[in-house]
Write a protein that binds this ligand. Sequence first.
Ligand code: KIV
Length: 292
Amino acid sequence: KWHDVLRAPGERRPGMSGEAKVGAGAPRAKITAPAVVALKRKGEPITVVTAYDFPTARFADQAGVEILLVGDSVGTVLLGYDSTLPVTMDDMLHHTRAVTRAKPSAMVVGDMPFMSYQVSAEQAVMNAGRLVQEGGADAIKLEGGARVAEAVRRIVEAGIPVMGHLGLTPQSVLAFGGYKVQARGEADQERLITDARTLEAAGCFALVLEGIPARLGAAVSRELHIPTIGIGAGVQCDGQVLVTHDLLGLYHGHTPKFVRRYAELGDATRDAIARYVADVKARRFPSDAESY
Ligand code: KIV
């Protein structure tokens, strides 16, 4: 499905008007699935961060990311769960709506939570449709390889762009026995490459690769026409995604080695609130200028 986008350098087609102009504050058109695929053709790395709320969506969009992922990681970094498994469709709709209310130019991808697509392809289409119709998402993401290919096909047939997700897929944490790097052995690597091809053939416009050896991330990226988005999958992926709360230092739980912290907003938040507490206790707040 996406091959013609890749084979038509320079050709403009509907939905590609949003070819990304990167950089903070640069005005740009809405970024669509074909525009994301075209970035791979141009060799331009694709930037993705998670967003679960209106202000983060605004800031990240202004910073120039191409994709805002309303990830089910909302469960661990924002809602206080130990894993993503308790996250529900209602949670995802609530947070997807908050993000799309920011009307970002970035594409908004809504994550399908655990048990919203595993039971049947019909259930998958219904729930993907809800993320688009009720949440305002531009695309959806789901985890898994060949076992979700039929669901992917059916969702794509319904007109909804689908992002796949292979490797250390957090919804399979119980089966993996923890958050462990996946596909270290040859047989698992071959299986992952086959899964990646299957997802591309099923119609995915992009594929998240999480927690796999960098060489495998590079091999899958070479193999596929659609872009790979890495998280702990090496620098040769076609794009990168980080959980915003990790990137900003707002989450102090388990932090894998692929996380790079660009700020320490957790510490800054604690310090700011501690100064406020001290000011109130000492009657330094509010001042006359802050009073009526
Ligand atoms: O839920 C999420 O944030 C994700 C990313 C880590 C890819 O799936």
